[in-house]
Design a protein around this ligand. Sequence first.
Ligand code: PLP
Length: 396
Amino acid sequence: MKVSTKVGRIEPSVTLEISAKAKALKSAGKDVVAFTAGEPDFNTPEYIIKSAEDALRSGKTKYTPTAGIPELKKAIVGKLKKENGLDYAPENIVVSSGAKSSLYHAFCAILDEGDEVIIPAPYWITYVEQVRLAGGVCKIVNTDEKSGYKLTSEQFERAITPKTRCVLINSPCNPTGVVYTKAELLSIAKVAEKHGVAIISDEVYEKLVFDGEEHISIATLTPYAKDNTIVINGVSKTYAMTGWRIGYMACPIEVAKAVSAMQGHTTSNACSFAQYASATAINGGEEFIIDMVKEFDDRRKLLYKGLTQIDGVKVVYPKGAFYVFADVSAFFGKSYQGKKITGSVSFADLLLGKGVAVIPGLAFGDDNSVRLAYTVSTADILKGIDAIKAFISELE
Ligand SMILES: Cc1ncc(COP(=O)(O)O)c(C=O)c1O
């Protein structure tokens, strides 16, 4: 059957392709260190599972209000106030089936056909596909080592056209792990205000920050930013709940109403008992998060150190999320077992032959690099680094 032009132009996922190859190798009995998974390798904490179980047993299995149950909205409002310094009413919150869903609804709610969205690269590929699906046009702004892989306010201002509708900020960032400072965000917020540009702030990795780094929500910085930002967050990364599919947005009331109306005709409410469990998660203590962040921090240091010791590999120092983004372009043009490395995809493909799976940077709009997720054990990190070293020493 013919598919629509709109959907037909979605690019196949490079991430899924390499992950599938790694899986196939694993099931064929090959030892593979997979630095590919964008999800915590921890189990959801027991108190959250128990809460879902209680919800299920007490009949919380029916439709809920489209924009979310009052208990969860209340927990989110409380969290945004206490942790982020953001004042919202429950009416400003829309709960969706994962932050990915919240993002898509946000783009649909504010973009008219042909509106431009400024996206700093490297970026999470989903933004690009979602903007296109929502009828928007991506205006990619490349960032590099010089700006610490962050969008500067000057770059942002230069990219603005009469068609610009919004800018996408993802801090901490997938795939680079960089975290924007308050001053950097403030200068972006000021440019947004000067040109009447809206902001979508994806904060799903907010709890995963290291070295005493502080996560700042851009919406807190000016009254304009508060009134013109859609804050996106969820429970996936913070509570190891990727499969539960609960995300949310905090936004101006007219956007919340529009999204709620749209959601009412697409997905309806997010999973009922997962919403109850998410309320418990958000209202619960920080103990699990502290332990998880500590473990990620140890792995981050180990992986960063290991990669920086390899001649030719240039690594962005990651201060957040659970990724390391490494520039491997020094090896382009070399060959492994007679096969030439021409870019990040062939680098990743050939490295897989050595038992290490990484995501090609092409998937994030940067073909010079690869992304490694430290969602694996320290033993695997050490094994992976040794294999990468061996791979590189065999290049001709
Ligand atoms: C930057 C970023 N935003 C949003 C999401 C979506 O999270 P979820 O839909 O699981 O809530 C992800 C997941 O990988 C992500 O990396």
